[in-house]
Design a protein around this ligand. Sequence first.
Ligand code: SF4
Length: 386
Amino acid sequence: MKVLHYKNNNVESEIIGRITFNKSLFTHRNECIFILRKSETLPAFSNLYRGILTEENLSISVKGSGVIEDSSEYHEGDIVLLTPDGKATFLYENGIDSNVLFITGKCNQRCLTCPQPPVNKEPDLTNVCKEIIKLAKNPTYFGISGGEPTVKKEKMIEVLRLLKKKHRNTAVTILSNAVRFSDTEFCEKLAAIDFNELQVDVPIFSDIPSIHNELVGAKNFYRTINGIYNLAEHKIKVGIRIVVNKLNYARLPQISEYIFRNFTFVSQVAFMQMENKGLAFENLDKLWIDPSECTASLSKAVRMLEERQIPAFIYNWQLCLLPADLRPLATDSISPWKKVFCKECDPCLRKNDCPGFFASNINMHSSHITPFGMYNKDTEIGFQSI
Ligand code: SF4
C-alpha cells in the first residue's frame, strides 16, 4: 500500500476517511478527509469533516487535522488511514484496478516465495475492510488477499456479503491457496453470494507434489487440488498462478501439461516473477534464477496452453527478456506505487508498455536487460529492435 507522511496536529486516534477536495459537499462530510490546497480558505462547518489535511501549516482547531507537503499525491475518492504517528496509508486508490481488501495476515502455509511473511497475532482487520467497502465510490474491482484470506472463513464471507450488497457489479478476485475450499460447505457459502464476476486465483508451484509441498512449506498439494475441483463444481472461476523460481522453472511445460490434463476448466494461467521481499528474500539463494534463463521453458509452457485454448499471461516480466511472440502476453500487474525501472531502462522506447520491476527487485534483476531502440554509436549502447 502507498504510505505518505504528514505532520500531525491533532490526530489522536486512527481515522479512516474518503479524500475530498470538495468544499460544497454537504451530505457525507463525516465520511471525508478534506484536503485544503495552498492559499485556499477553509469551508464553513469544516468541523463536520472526519479529518482535514492542509498544504500550509495552519493552526486548525478542528480535531483530526494535519499538514501535508503535496496534495497532488491525493485524489478525490481515495480512502486513507491517518494514524497518530504521522502516516497516511492509502487503503484504496480511486481509479486503479489493483485495490485489495486485506482479510488477515495469518496463513496456513509458509511459502518460500512469500513476499509478506505470515503473522501469528493481529487485530481484527475485517472492520477496516468493511469501512473501505462502505466508503468506496463505484469500485470496479477488489482483490481479496492476506496472508491466506480463507484462514478467517466466516469473516471473509461476511466481508464478501457486504461487498455484494454495497457494490453488486464489482469484479472480485480472491487470492487463495485453495486448501480451505476442500470444505464443500464453505464453497457453497461463497457461491451463494452470487457475484457477477468472481475468480479465485490459486498458486500451483509444481506438477510434482513434493516440490509443491517444499515450496509452500506444508503437505497441502492434494488439499489444494481438491479445493480447485470443489470451486469448479460450484461454478466458481479458477485461475492458476505459477511463481517461477529455481526449483520449478525447468518443469514449466510439465506444469502446463498437468493443468491441461487435470483442470481444463481454468479461466487463465499466469506465470510470474518472484517479488524479492519477505520470505522470498530470505530464500534468495535457493530460489533466485535470472529470468532470462527461464525463457525457453516459459515459451514452451505458454505455447502448450495456447494450443489447448487455455489463456496464458505473463505477469511482472520485463519486455526485453521475452521473445517477440510472448511480449503481447506481458501484463502490467505491479501496483503503481511499487513499480520501478532500472537505469538501463532510461533510453528504452518501450518503457511505457513494459511491466517494469518490483521496487524490491531493483538490486537483483536480470543481467540481460536491454533497452529497445536504435543503436547509438556515440554511447555504444546496444539496443534491441522493437
Ligand atoms: S529496458 Fe525497456 S523493456 Fe527492458 S525492462 Fe527496461 S523498460 Fe522494460
